[in-house]
Design a protein around this ligand. Sequence first.
Ligand code: 6PG
Length: 247
Amino acid sequence: MSGRGEVRVYADAAALGRATAELFAETVRAAVAESGRCGVLLAGGETPRRAYELLAEEPLAGSVPWPRVHFFWGDERCLPAGDPRRNETMARRALLDRVPVMPDQVHAIDCAAAPEQAAADYAERMRRFFGESLPRFDLALLGLGDDGHTASLLPDSTALGERQCWTAVAGRTEEPFVRVTLTAPLLNRARTTVFLVSGQGKAEMLRAALAGERPSLPVHLIRPEGRLLWLVDREAASLSGAVGAAG
Ligand code: 6PG
């Protein structure tokens, strides 16, 4: 346990993927049992892919009430639908195209319009699903970039200071696309927030995140009202002193 939530360390990326998939299934079942539906926020990047794939395979696939789950994204790269660099495309290929979910359960960030409009449209889409109150996802999956970003709350982006809007636009000069991201106030509403962190390349950033160092790091904006878990592999945890293997 760190001052920043519960840290669970797994032997490697495969074990991390299994644990993430099991936690996803368990959390979704509990939310559906409680309220009849579940709002899940999917993470992009590479780390969650294995978990998504395992969720589409037995025994886990049969243990999740898929028709009751609604899928949202914490961020997206503004590229045409189907582009392999989109977080939506990864999640569809790894999971959503392989389990029984209807199109109206998949709330992708549509970037056909200009990025600012795409961001506003996504806020409106969440408003239609959650009603007027600030959305509260049952499960929010987040990654951690080696620069300390999460979702697309990128270092030095104006999105970091956003306190009113539910979504924002962010970008990197070196990337041929901009991004739409959910903002910290919205992300912090989640009932269960799970950071997924894998690999030696993330060890220093995970150490700083757990130690609360370098306060300007975007990851420090994530202080959820609900439960906070870090599911990490041994390599990522190698500088954090949290090397006990949970599985
Ligand atoms: C994105 C992601 C981003 C990701 C981190 C970690 O669109 O890039 O949403 O926030 O989660 O960059 O990515 P990896 O899992 O690939 O290291």
